[in-house]
Every structure is written in structure tokens, then in C-alpha cells.
Design a protein around this ligand. Structure first.
Ligand SMILES: C[S@@+](CC[C@H](N)C(=O)[O-])C[C@H]1O[C@@H](n2cnc3c(N)ncnc32)[C@H](O)[C@@H]1O
Ligand code: SF4
Length: 313
């Protein structure tokens, strides 16, 4: 059994993100390697694999057995677009019937379908959402997602707000070269368009996986500047939670003028992480060196080392 789980873990890139302080664990499961959009910074439609339902159930049972007694567990159903997985509603039901929470990472496209919502709505107390919406400007949204789904996407997101608790919904905006200059405007747009709801926005930073992503990169200084100059006092809540690879080196966080940001270090140990990230020698002087993720190699090919200013006390 453990052999099978290990095989599935590596094929499906399953992560266990343990938060020992709060005794909670997120298990990220990727269901399908296809998507109905094709975002410029994502690697979609790789091999069109789909996890077998029976294997999925085995994985879920395995993790529940392993962690149930000591942790509060939640499953994140993700990559590429989990909601197009044929048994998606069945798996939501399987997990929620065990009183376990799930987070659905989605572009919201399937939520146009009423019967889809009806199938999962009864578990609404166990479900939270992490929805991508990278631009409020039609042309930019369609360009980034290589789709023409802008208007439908907006309506579908509204459909989620109409059916689920707004507290359980977060909208993720991946900052990149194409949308960054419109970010302040985007917040005001959310304020107006979703005026009846409490809207929570997560900011992420594009992580380059492929060399063609380089042209979409935005410098970390620019990100800091955009965050620091945001002069917005409305009710949209911006959550500065920098997760996994969608973040910047530690020295840049010291420049941020927001006090309530959090940085996730879960992936620091992984080999793949180390392979993709680098640290210029100047980082050795920095007080954050031991806990800093460094920079993606491709980032350093695009921008220069002078941006890195070690923090020395
Ligand atoms: C890969 S998607 C899977 C779920 C769903 N298809 C979606 O787009 O929301 C998970 C999240 O990763 C983000 N993402 C994809 N590629 C990224 C990259 N290279 N850098 C930063 N975020 C990325 C997406 O925008 C999305 O919010
Ligand atoms: S919608 Fe999600 S999975 Fe699909 S291409 Fe965009 S980021 Fe990738």
C-alpha cells in the first residue's frame, strides 16, 4: 500500500503541507493534467493524464488515517482544472461526507453549470474556493488565459458568491508583466462589481517554470512598489499570503509597508525547489539567508543581481 501511495504521490505531485503550530495539514492533490483555459504562465495540457478514481480514494483514505487523530485535515483539489475531472462531484462528496474540508482551486468555468453547483452545494460548509481571476480588463484576461472566457468567467465567479459563503472564497491574482500596471484599478473594479459581498484577494507573483515565461516576469522591486503605493480604503480585503513559489526573496519583504503579510516556507526542503532556485553569493551576508527561498534561475536571467540587497544587522 505504501508503495502505491508513494508512486501516486510522485506522479501526481501530492504535497503534505503541515502547519505544526496550528495542528493543521493541507494535502494538495492534482486530479487531472488538462485544463479548459491555457494561461501563459502555466504548463497546461502536458499529457492529458487523469488520476483513477479508485486510486484517488485510496490516497484520501491513507491521509485521513495518517493524520486524522492529530491534525485538522483539509484537501486542496487542484491542477490543472480540477472541476473538469469526471468524478469531481463524487470526490467532493466522498471527502465531505467524512466531515473533512476541501479547498477547490479553480478558474470557475464549470460553475456556469447549474447542475454542477447543485451536486456540491449541500457540502457548502466544508468547501472553500481559491479562484483565479488575473485581470478585470477583458483583453488582458483573455490574453493571459488564452481564452475568450472573460465575461462568462466574471458571471461564474458571481455564481459562486451567490451560492457559497463569501468568507470561504479567495480570488487569486497572479501579478505579471501584463497585468501589474492595472492592479490598483483591479481592486477598485472588484469593489464595484462584487459590491454585495466581502471580497478577499490573494496576491501571488508569477513564478517562471519555462524559459518563455521570462517575458512575463515582473521585477520584485516593481511588485513592492505596486503594493506600497496602493492607496485603497474600500472593503475589498487584500491578503498578503506569499505561498510556495509565488513569492520573492526575503530581503524584498523588508521593503513592504504592509504589516500583515505571511510567508510560506513549506517547500524549502524539496530538491526540485533547490534546483530551480539560486542565491547570489551576496546572500551569504544576509541575516535571512537560512530561511530565504532565493530567486528563480530564470528571474536572474531576466533581471540583474543588483536588485539583491542583503539585510545586514
Ligand atoms: C495551476 S492553477 C490550478 C487551478 C485552476 N486551474 C486555476 O487556474 O485557478 C492554481 C493556481 O496557480 C496559479 N499559477 C499557475 N501558474 C503559475 C505560475 N507560473 N506562477 C504563479 N502562479 C501560477 C494559477 O493562476 C492558479 O491560481
Ligand atoms: S486555468 Fe489554471 S490550470 Fe488552467 S491554464 Fe490557467 S492556471 Fe493553468
Amino acid at each position: 500500500m505504501i508503495e502505491l501511495i508513494n508512486k501516486l504521490k510522485s506522479k501526481w505531485d501530492i504535497n503534505e503541507n503541515i502547519d505544526d503550530e496550528n495542528k493543521s495539514i493541507e494535502i494538495v492533490i492534482r486530479l487531472i493534467k488538462v485544463c479548459n483555459e491555457n494561461c501563459l504562465f502555466c504548463n497546461t495540457n502536458l499529457d492529458k493524464s487523469v488520476i483513477i478514481y479508485e486510486d484517488l480514494v485510496k490516497i484520501i483514505d491513507y491521509f485521513i488515517d495518517k493524520y486524522f487523530t492529530n491534525y485538522s485535515i483539509y484537501f486542496s483539489l487542484s491542477w490543472w482544472e480540477p472541476t473538469i475531472y469526471k468524478n469531481f462531484d463524487k470526490i467532493v462528496e466522498y471527502i465531505c461526507q467524512k466531515w473533512i474540508n476541501i479547498k477547490i482551486q479553480t478558474n470557475a468555468v464549470m460553475f456556469s453549470n447549474k447542475s454542477f453547483i447543485e451536486k456540491i452545494i449541500k457540502y457548502k460548509n466544508y468547501i472553500s474556493f481559491f479562484i483565479s481571476f488575473h485581470s478585470h480588463i477583458e483583453k488582458i484576461y483573455n490574453h493571459i488565459t488564452s481564452s475568450n472566457l472573460y465575461y462568462s468567467s466574471l458571471l461564474w465567479i458571481k455564481n459562486i458568491y451567490n451560492n457559497f459563503d463569501s468568507d470561504s472564497i479567495k480570488i487569486n491574482v497572479v501579478l505579471n508583466k501584463i497585468n501589474i500596471n492595472f492592479f490598483h484599478e483591479q481592486i477598485k473594479f472588484f469593489d464595484k462589481f462584487f459590491s454585495n459581498y466581502d471580497v478577499n484577494i490573494i496576491i501571488s507573483i508569477i513564478y517562471p517554470n519555462k524559459s518563455y515565461h521570462k517575458k512575463l516576469l515582473v521585477s520584485y522591486n516593481k511588485v513592492v512598489d505596486v503594493i506600497n503605493t496602493l492607496n485603497y480604503t474600500g472593503k475589498v480585503k487584500i491578503i498578503y499570503e506569499f505561498w510556495w513559489y509565488c513569492q520573492m526573496p526575503r530581503c524584498f519583504f523588508t521593503k513592504l509597508k504592509v504589516d500583515d503579510f505571511s510567508i510560506n516556507e513549506v517547500w524549502l526542503d524539496l530538491d526540485v525547489w533547490v534546483q530551480n532556485m539560486v542565491k547570489p553569493s551576496v546572500c551569504k551576508k544576509c541575516i535571512y539567508n537560512y530561511k530565504c527561498i532565493g530567486l528563480p534561475r530564470l528571474y536572474l536571467e531576466e533581471f540583474n543581481y543588483e536588485e539583491i540587497i542583503p539585510i545586514i544587522k
